[in-house]
Design a protein around this ligand. Structure first.
Ligand SMILES: [Zn+2]
Length: 132
């Protein structure tokens, strides 16, 4: 079926994009980790003033926040890839409806349809679905 082939091709394309993005993120994280160990003063050696120390702490906080963000994105991507393997990639985890193709193009890691995502955001994390 032509329809089926089209969605297969789309899925393959999205998958390739996600995998490329994941490689990119992992590379960036590895590079950040390396610059962290090379660029910071050795805290065990002593002999540096408090100003340097504070600055190093601040930089490490920023790097840490960035890495947490990147790690979060990698997890999202891996979850999306796992859903592709399971064949549930375009199925909304909340209502089971098909997540629109345009939404998946814009947000390849989306796990909810637009309606559910909006409700989820209003409700906040861990909310109860009303009327069930
Ligand atoms: Zn939904």
């Amino acid at each position: 079926m032509r329809q089926h082939n089209t969605s297969e091709a789309r899925l393959l394309r999205l998958r390739a994009n996600l995998e490329r993005r994941r490689v990119q993120l992992k590379r960036r994280m590895a590079a950040e980790r390396q610059s962290e160990t090379e660029g910071y003063p050795d805290l065990t050696s002593g002999g540096h003033d408090r100003g340097d120390e504070a600055q190093a702490d601040m930089r490490s906080d920023v790097d840490h926040a960035l890495q947490t963000q990147e790690l979060g994105e990698i997890r999202e991507i891996e979850a999306a890839l796992a859903r592709m393997d399971a064949g549930t990639y375009s199925t909304c985890v909340d209502c089971g409806a098909e997540v629109g193709a345009r939404r998946l193009d814009a947000y390849p890691t989306a796990r909810r349809c637009r309606t559910c995502e909006e409700q989820h955001e209003h409700r906040g994390e861990g909310g109860h679905v009303p009327g069930t």
